[in-house]
Design a protein around this ligand. Sequence first.
Ligand SMILES: [Zn+2]
Length: 252
Amino acid sequence: MKMVLRPKNSGAWLARERWSGSAAEQMLSMINSLPQMLRPLSQDEVIIRGMYLMNDLPMHETGRWVRRFDKAAIEQAIPLVRGKPVMVNHSTDGFDGLPVGRFFHAEPESRADGSSWMAALFFMLNDDQGKRLSNAIDGGIISENSPTLEFDKMYCSVCGAEDLNCDHVPGKMYDGIKCFVVMTDVSDFWEGSLAWAGQQRNTGFYVAAGRDVSDLVDVDERMVQLAKTKGEVELVTPWQDWWCQQVGSPGT
Ligand SMILES: [Zn+2]
C-alpha cells in the first residue's frame, strides 16, 4: 500500500513543469494509446488534470429533483470513461460545443464518510486554450464538473421499488431517512463537462501531475479509517443527519 498526500481541490501539489518519473510516463502512454491519436504527443504538449466527476452523495435538490447515484452506478460508469470527451457546460452546439479535453483513465475512490467517487484523469493540449482552462481550474474559477451518461434503472432508496412503484415520496423522511430516487444500471458515458455548477455535490478537480495512478491512499482518510477500526474516532460528516441508507439495487 502506497500512501500519497493529496490535497483535495487544490492546485498546490505538483505543477506540470515538475513532472518526472514513471507516473508521468505512464500517463503519457495512456494518452497516446487512446483511439484516434493521429500522432504521439510529448510530455510538453499536454496538460493533465483530474476530475472528481461522479459520486453517490445526495445531489443538490432543485424542484422535484431528489436523486443520487448508487455505488454500483459509479463502478459501472468507470470503465466507460476512457477516451470520452471533456466538454464545457454540456454544450454540443457549434464550434464552442467541441471537446476541450479527453479522458484517458478513471478509477474508484472510497472516502472516509462512506461515499463512493469516480476520479477521472483528462488531458488538454498545452496551447492557449489549454493554458487558459487549466489556469482557471487551478485558480479556482472553474470549480465544478458534471457528467452526461445513460442509465437504465431508477429505484426508491427506501424500499427498492423500481420506478418508485411504491408509496414513498422523494424528499420526504421515513424513520429519519430521506427518500431518494436512486439512478443505476449505467449503460453509457457520453462526456464530462467543466460546469458552472453541477447537480452533484462536491465535484471538483485535482492536479494529477506526478500522481501514481494506482494504489493511492489519501493519508488523512487512511488515518481516519485506522482510527475507526480501533474505535477511537466517531466519524462525523455533514451528511450524517440525512444520509440516505443505501438499500442496494433490486435484482443485483
Ligand atoms: Zn419505496
